[in-house]
Design a protein around this ligand. Structure first.
Ligand SMILES: NC(=O)c1ccc[n+]([C@@H]2O[C@H](COP(=O)([O-])OP(=O)(O)OC[C@H]3O[C@@H](n4cnc5c(N)ncnc54)[C@H](OP(=O)(O)O)[C@@H]3O)[C@@H](O)[C@H]2O)c1
Length: 356
């Protein structure tokens, strides 16, 4: 492992997404093991003491204490790059302050999504939108990843959109409990139950997917005009959002052409981005896949586990294409998405080694 790895920190390291960041960054080939920054509940504890994920905490970071550090202290320590797993509301001012101090921020929070100069990014879908990130001359970059359901949906749709030229897209989600962070939904509200409401989720899925699938137009994005209509439902699974998608198509490509579009899709194949799955879409033929329990960790190589989107139960009855898509909400839709965005920015020469 080379020692010119870029220094970084995770803010919100005590939370669900923060722990996935720690897992992904403990031995990353291009980023050094992160400083772990927490809030009131986890500050001062060891990572192992706050760990909630099913797998063991990463050996190199398990004994590290979570620090209470603000933007000024992070900039003073020369940290050039911050991965943000902060709750919305807290994230907005803190991330702005980091960027103002020259620190680049890759965020999971909703506060700055698609704000001017802060693109929403899923590299397989809209890598060219990275050029919209303002930065340099004393200012850090600010790049956001989308809502966890939108992240899986756009990767599943991107390969087939051109062939279908949809009149509308409908999606119903079956979203895992960890999508609400830790401790999340009370057990008595979800045991023996499904909850057909997640605040603001349907609006986020529609808006953010339209932007990600839209086209760059000068300094802005022209959002996809096709209506995207969502139902969002919380179910009692632990990780992995399942989505039932119906595309009302204007064109009638062959079923083989659609399958080929999915199986040959790999727009990042020429770049060496450590967290990029190859292929990004895994197509399952079995009649009962994808399933959260079996498919949430799809993705090769090993570092990209949980980054692939699994598509299955494909039914093409023109003008309707129906399929299910499954993606790991906290990896593809969370920490892994941010790490992949930062790898793309590093590869593109957009990440300075010190606060700029
Ligand atoms: N969960 C998902 O699947 C998912 C997917 C995509 C995006 N997101 C977004 O990612 C963000 C994190 O979500 P989550 O699910 O990980 O939530 P979470 O489990 O509630 O974690 C949030 C963490 O932020 C920490 N925090 C609060 N204020 C802080 C501060 N000033 N400095 C440092 N840390 C601070 C808290 O720390 P303490 O524990 O120390 O108090 C808490 O552990 C949210 O904006 C969420 O919307 C989540």
């Amino acid at each position: 492992m080379s020692d010119d790895r870029l220094g970084c920190a995770v803010v919100g390291a005590g939370g669900y997404i923060g722990q996935h960041f720690a897992r992904l960054l403990a031995d990353h080939p291009r980023f050094a093991p992160p400083l772990l920054v927490a809030g009131e509940r986890s500050g001062g504890k060891r990572l192992a003491d706050v760990w909630q994920l099913a797998e063991a905490p990463p050996a190199g970071l398990a004994e590290e204490r979570l620090l209470r550090l603000g933007p000024a202290a992070l900039a003073r320590r020369g940290v050039p790059l911050v991965f943000s797993a902060l709750p919305s509301g807290t994230a907005g001012p803190l991330e702005r302050e980091l960027v103002r101090r020259g620190v680049s921020v890759f965020s999971n929070a909703a506060d700055h999504r698609a704000a001017p100069g802060a693109p929403l990014l899923v590299p397989e879908v809209n890598a060219d939108h990275l050029a919209l990130a303002r930065g340099g001359r004393g200012r850090g970059l600010l790049v956001t990843n989308p809502n966890c359901s939108a992240a899986g949906l756009v990767v599943a749709l991107a390969p087939v959109l051109g062939a279908l030229r949809p009149a509308s897209i409908h999606v119903s989600t079956y979203q895992a409990l960890s999508g609400a962070g830790y401790p999340g939904v009370p057990s008595l509200a979800i045991t023996d139950n499904v909850v057909p409401f997640i605040r603001d989720e349907e609006e986020k899925v529609a808006r953010e997917s339209s932007i990600l699938l839209g086209a760059r137009a000068g300094p802005q994005v022209r959002a996809l005009r096709t209506p995207i209509v969502a139902h969002c439902v919380r179910v009692g699974t632990r990780e992995g959002h399942l989505e039932a998608v119906t595309v009302h198509a204007r064109r009638r490509p062959s079923g083989d052409a659609l399958r080929r579009a999915w199986t040959t899709f790999d727009p990042l194949r020429a770049l060496s981005l450590a967290t990029a799955p190859h292929p990004p879409v895994v197509v399952r033929q079995e009649p009962d896949r994808p399933q959260p329990l079996r498919d949430r960790w799809a993705g090769t190589p090993a570092r990209a586990r949980g980054m692939a989107v699994t598509v299955g139960r494909i039914r093409w009855t023109p003008p309707y294409l129906r399929f299910f898509a499954l993606s790991h909400n906290a990896v593809r839709g969370g920490a892994g998405g941010s790490v992949l965005n930062a790898e793309l920015a590093l590869e593109a020469g957009r990440l300075p080694r010190r606060p700029s």
